[in-house]
Design a protein around this ligand. Structure first.
Ligand SMILES: C[S@@+](CC[C@H](N)C(=O)[O-])C[C@H]1O[C@@H](n2cnc3c(N)ncnc32)[C@H](O)[C@@H]1O
Length: 448
């Protein structure tokens, strides 16, 4: 069995210094023994060095003396209020507890799963102990908090800055002496609620298949101008995956012409262009097509109705709910969320290098949406938000009757205070999150 050679928290003395090129401070930890003892253990061959780099660990043998753990584990203290481990997540478990569970029940390379991961302690410890992991939570805030923690840990372990949230950008190395371990590959899968900006990076074929599936429609493999059919008389054209792009008028024209080829006498064909948005040019073009149908199609006894079906509309959701009735009372089923807005960030100096910040006119832009959390990063690096430890969860909680009256459990607290360690210019970022998991970041440059 392999045991941890470190303890949680940073130390300034010899146990906080790098040993054999491994700096425990990078993991927010310290050596649990002085370097002389570590040297001696290594000399005796009792230290395991992972092949792919990373934290050395202590080899322990089953025959060694020690106290077997009892069924009551009261030797692991809960996360203290001032602990460097503390995230503020209400049900946070201590890393030591998960170390014991994961260490006792899995080996390096195994998969550890936590389907109620909360603040992400299970995947974080699993990753630190060289396990692969799957983590889920129904709360978007829990996912955001866990993801931040895991990205930060991955950066500390590998020495490579993540490009999470910056699609296509090049990874830069952190200022660490060497790469410690392979860069962890993390993916986030959204189920039910989809942030619209993420669709920018989705491949068009995949997007078309996703929308056809939402509408319970069949793909059309014979006519390239038609994406699919919802029913025998409902041809569909699926627009671009990018929520900022409207369908190309040439594609709409080809779709229209293909629909004309499929017309049948005395039958009304309802053609739909399924897209995020339409351009003024397309709206005008639709009138031209309607005129064409009136003049050239209807007199021949056929009919063609061509219209838009916007993906983030209630109509789109209503159609899907009609197809999947068991989702009726699930408010988180198939929602597309837009970023919230933050009007401005106001900074007020309240002491030497101490500044109070307020995010003004911040609101959710989603129907039924409200802000449930606010985070601050006082040392923001472009495109790379890392919440300050004291502002991972800034929200007030409504309890009992109060929650019933307010119709919500949490409300974001949009203020923060910070003392900067040096005078000069600082980039401060505020990130707000709504109840649907949509988030937005706004920055401010302050002179302290
Ligand atoms: C007790 S907390 C987990 C605590 C976690 N071990 C930690 O240390 O932070 C339970 C978590 O389960 C999540 N949850 C509740 N119902 C769920 C469901 N049906 N599916 C997924 N997650 C759920 C909650 O959002 C909450 O974060």
């Amino acid at each position: 069995m392999l045991a941890d050679l470190t303890g949680a928290g940073i130390r300034r003395g010899e146990t906080g210094k790098p040993w054999r090129g491994v700096d425990p401070t990078n993991w927010q930890r310290h050596w649990s023994r002085p370097p002389s003892e570590l040297d001696e253990l290594d000399r005796q061959g009792l230290i395991h060095w992972p092949e792919r780099g990373g934290m050395p660990r202590l080899k322990k043998f089953a025959h060694e003396d020690g106290q077997p753990v009892d069924s009551l584990w009261d030797d692991i203290p809960p996360v203290a209020s001032q602990s460097s481990e503390r995230l503020g997540y209400p049900t946070q478990k201590p890393e030591g507890l998960l170390e014991r569970i994961i260490g006792a029940s899995s080996n390096e390379g195994d998969i550890v799963a936590d389907f109620f991961c909360g603040g992400g302690v299970t995947p974080a410890v699993a990753q630190r102990l060289g396990r692969r992991w799957i983590a889920c939570d129904s709360s978007r805030i829990a996912v955001a908090v866990s993801l931040d923690r895991l990205v930060k840990l991955g950066e500390e372990q590998s020495g490579v800055l993540s490009n999470y949230g910056r699609a296509g950008s090049v990874q830069t190395r952190l200022d660490l002496p060497e790469t410690k371990a392979a860069v962890p590959d993390m993916r986030v899968h959204y189920v039910g609620v989809y942030p619209m900006d993420r669709f920018k990076a989705v491949d068009q074929t995949q997007f078309t298949a996703f929308i056809l599936k939402c509408l319970a429609a069949q793909a059309d493999t014979s006519d390239s101008a038609i994406s699919g059919w919802r029913a025998a008389r409902e041809p569909l054209l699926i627009g671009p995956a990018d929520p900022d792009a409207a369908p190309d008028p040439r594609h709409v024209q080809a779709f229209f012409e293909a629909c004309l080829r499929h017309l049948q006498p005395n039958v009304r064909t309802i053609a739909r262009v399924v897209c995020w948005r339409a351009s003024p040019e397309l709206i005008k073009y639709r009138s031209t097509l309607h005129d064409y149908v009136r003049r050239n199609v209807q007199p021949r006894g056929a009919d063609l109705d061509i219209d838009f079906l916007f993906i983030d509309s209630e109509e789109f959701r209503a159609r899907i709910r009609a197809k999947y009735p068991d989702t009726e009372d699930n408010e988180f089923f198939l929602r597309f969320t837009k970023e919230p807005v933050i009007g401005e960030i106001v900074a007020t100096k309240v002491g030497p290098r101490r500044v109070r910040f307020e995010a003004r006119d911040a609101a959710s832009t989603n129907a039924g949406g409200y802000l449930v959390n606010c985070q601050w990063d006082f040392h923001y690096q472009r495109g790379h938000f890392a919440a300050d430890k004291d502002y991972i969860l800034s929200r007030s909680e409504f309890k009992g009757k109060e929650a019933k009256v307010a119709g919500r459990k949490f409300e974001a607290v949009l203020e923060a205070e910070h003392t900067f360690d040096r005078a000069g210019e600082h980039v401060v970022a505020c990130r707000v999150q709504d109840n649907l998991g949509a988030e937005a970041v706004r920055t401010l440059v302050v002179e302290v």
